[in-house]
Design a protein around this ligand. Structure first.
Ligand code: SF4
Length: 377
């Protein structure tokens, strides 16, 4: 296999070992759009009204569109279109095709969407190439209709029921496939509404979402009944600082995980995308050590490990959005993998994958021996 040299990025400004000391003072990073667009069909929904009220209170421009088409995102250059789209929140009604829950292994039995699009600026973004057009965030105002479709799926799906370690979770529903729901919470309140819905839902179900944000204050007092697992997407500082623009700092995410666990939520670490950056063994080892320090003993913790990958399509989109990126996306040093739909993705070569997995498994066993490991991909 081709040899991949460790990618050399500048050393972090601070030693990650300092993170734990900073946890109580951890800095959050809220996102607020510059502009809110509300389509004609979305406007009558209470959620749209709430967004308009919050936007108005924050002095954000609100435009009520005369139809259902999102307009005004295109700029003179690709960079301008990107900037406009990323700073806009469009409140729309999800069409029936987008409301239907879909299978989503290996994370959960089913996925449903509160929104599509994300305001952060990760240079490896998973959404690149899977959502077409300018990268605007579309928030779904018809949330009650979306939630009403979930009961049909209870007891169906094979991800959690076939896994003895997860069977007790019941039917799992993933809400962060196409967005970061916590990023939108200050303006939308949709995540709190969904967590409360699952809390009041007397069935063996679990809501799951993953986030790179940290403002969990609105979630701490909700009547969640332990039916929501929040996973914090984390990585080594050389990656979070360089490639995850607009997200909360790593120490804030770890502190938020500790707060959520203290509030009785099951929590998780989504370590992604794992990359062999310079000094990766020690850096991931320190990451797990820092995560362990952020949690009280006995916290209900899962771990998902996801290596970096890209497709020809996502690479093209990302190179257009971030032309100066130093992120390694070189097909020549990767292995090709075919998905079950016949498309190609580029992953790390087998030997390197095995080496990274062995090292991260060992770190996990050392620092978080009680965590439930879900999958490596
Ligand atoms: Fe993309 Fe996730 Fe980053 Fe948002 S937080 S930009 S969805 S990778």
């Amino acid at each position: 296999p081709p040899h991949i040299a460790p990618t050399r990025y500048p050393a972090p400004r601070r030693d990650p070992a300092d993170l734990a000391r900073d946890l109580p003072r951890a800095k959050l990073r809220d996102w607020m759009p510059r502009r809110v667009l509300v389509t004609r069909s979305a406007a009558p929904w209470p959620l749209a009204q709430r967004v308009m009220d919050r936007a108005a209170a924050a002095g954000i421009e609100v435009v009520e569109l005369s139809g259902d088409r999102i307009t005004g995102l295109k700029g003179g250059t690709e960079a301008e279109t990107y900037r406009r789209a990323k700073s806009t929140l469009a409140v729309v009604v999800a069409p029936p095709s987008q409301m239907r829950p879909q299978p989503i292994p290996p994370s959960a039995d089913w996925r449903f969407d509160l929104a599509t699009g994300c305001p952060a600026h990760c240079q490896y973004c998973y959404l690149a190439g899977s959502l077409s057009g300018p990268p605007v965030t579309r928030l779904f105002a018809n949330l009650p209709q979306i939630l009403n479709l979930l009961p049909d799926k209870v007891g169906q799906g094979h991800v959690t029921s076939d896994d003895p370690a997860r069977r007790h979770e019941g039917t799992t529903f993933e809400a962060s496939c196409y967005t970061d729901p916590l990023a939108l919470e200050p303006i939308s309140g949709a995540l709190s509404q969904t967590i409360s819905h699952f809390g009041a839902w007397d069935a063996a179900v679990q809501l799951r979402f993953t986030t790179k944000y940290a403002d969990v204050a609105p979630l701490l007092d909700l009547d969640h009944r332990g039916r929501t697992r929040v996973r914090f997407s984390v990585n080594v500082p050389a990656i979070t600082r360089r490639f995850e623009g607009g997200t909360a700092p790593l120490n804030a995410r770890l502190a938020a995980m500790g707060q959520m666990a203290q509030a009785g939520y099951p929590v998780g670490l989504t370590v992604a995308p794992i990359m062999p950056v310079e000094g990766w063994r020690d850096a991931y080892d320190r990451l797990f050590a820092d995560a362990a320090r952020a949690l009280a003993p006995g916290a209900d913790l899962t771990v998902e490990l996801i290596t970096h990958r890209f497709t020809p399509g996502s690479r093209d989109v990302l190179m257009g959005w971030y032309p100066a990126t130093t992120l390694e996306m070189d097909p020549a040093v990767r292995s090709q993998k075919r998905t079950k739909f016949g498309s190609v993705k580029f992953v790390y070569p087998k030997d390197l994958m095995a080496e990274m997995r062995a090292a991260l498994d060992a770190s996990l066993a050392r620092h978080l021996p009680r965590a439930r490991f879900l999958y490596w991909t």
